[in-house]
Design a protein around this ligand. Structure first.
Ligand SMILES: NC(=O)c1ccc[n+]([C@@H]2O[C@H](COP(=O)([O-])OP(=O)(O)OC[C@H]3O[C@@H](n4cnc5c(N)ncnc54)[C@H](OP(=O)(O)O)[C@@H]3O)[C@@H](O)[C@H]2O)c1
Length: 303
């Protein structure tokens, strides 16, 4: 234990081999001191994104889960925005270890105060998916009030937040979802919902923006629903002809503060599909890969 009460070791989920669940282990590793500009956050909860174990990593072993909520335990030199004891949440960078651990090192500049209306588990479910939805709709999709937007995976981690944000911006929202996801998507604010298994591309009237969170055949079919001058954006993948704008979400504190404001106004709320203990991390990642989820899968690190 250090003078600040921080233990010398912690439990962490680590990926030892790229690509899948078999490379995951829960281990006892050293707690590192924050470098210049970093905060050491005692993690309350960390959330998972489907397929994240397949994302390229430049280091192994690697701690997954790039979004979290927690309390600042210590800060490195030059940090001014946050201080020990602050309740925070945020999306960490993808070029460094994530937050599926008891103490996460995070660039202090990406952290925002945790929304008061959310508990620690809910707050962990917002940053990555919420910023993906915001950047997809506002920056890349340039969605305007009164426009029509088609959102695929409308009950999923990114999709359910995109539906709420698009509804809040005054757009007419058409959600694409499977089975009971249709009911959930309506609850999130979709004006119309079409089934992914149906030929939705033959029945939906042209839209100004497509925001895709599924990829593959769904993205290809969604593309054909675009009207003249429409914008095609995907957070899942690009299209071979280059017609879709594929982007990687960026950790931006200012946009997170904007999402916090929407939460406090009651216009945005992350849905938690399921919660797992850190020791059950493998089951959490398994769940994230299954269809039929409603919102985000979260690892509760410190209940
Ligand atoms: N580029 C980036 O920066 C970035 C950021 C966030 C996410 N992503 C990627 O975007 C995609 C969506 O992420 P997410 O967290 O929103 O995922 P998610 O919670 O699983 O939601 C995506 C939706 O995709 C549909 N789906 C299609 N095949 C599926 C399958 N095999 N398993 C589960 N659902 C399936 C489901 O909708 P229905 O069954 O209702 O149709 C689901 O609701 C993932 O590939 C993720 O890696 C990328």
């Amino acid at each position: 234990m250090t003078a600040e009460g921080i233990p010398r070791t912690m439990r962490a989920v680590r990926l030892h081999a790229p690509g899948g669940l078999d490379g995951l282990a829960v281990e006892e590793i050293a707690v590192e001191q924050p470098a210049d500009g970093d905060a050491l956050v005692r993690v309350h909860a960390a959330a998972i994104t489907r397929d994240e174990l397949e994302w390229p990593v430049d280091r192994l072993p690697a701690i997954p889960s790039y979004e979290m909520s927690g309390v600042v335990a210590a800060v490195g030199a030059g940090v001014t925005g946050v201080a020990p004891g602050d309740e925070v949440y945020g999306l960490t960078g993808f070029d460094r270890d994530g937050a599926a651990c008891e103490y996460a090192l995070v660039p202090a500049g990406v952290l925002a105060p945790r929304p008061r209306a959310l508990d620690g588990v809910e707050a962990a479910a917002l940053p990555l998916a919420g910023l993906s939805a915001w950047q997809g709709l506002v920056e890349h999709g340039r969605l305007q009030r009164g426009e029509r937007v088609l959102i695929t995976g409308a009950a999923g981690g990114v999709g359910h937040l995109a539906v709420q944000l698009a509804h809040r911006r005054g757009a007419h929202v058409v959600g694409v979802a499977s089975g009971e996801g249709a009911t959930a998507a309506r609850g999130f604010g979709a004006d119309e919902v079409v089934d992914r298994a149906a030929r939705f591309d033959e029945i939906v009237a042209p839209v100004d923006v497509v925001f895709d969170t599924v990829g593959g055949d769904v993205l290809a079919r969604a593309a054909s629903v675009l009207g003249d001058g429409g914008r095609l954006v995907s957070v899942a993948e690009g299209l071979p002809d280059g017609s879709a704008t594929y982007f990687v979400v960026e950790p931006r504190r200012g946009e997170l503060v904007e999402l916090t404001r929407l939460v406090e106004e009651g216009a945005l709320r992350p849905a938690v599909d399921s919660v797992f203990a850190l020791s059950d991390a493998r089951a959490a990642f398994e769940r994230s890969l299954r269809p039929g989820k409603r919102g985000k899968v979260v690892i509760s690190v410190r209940p």
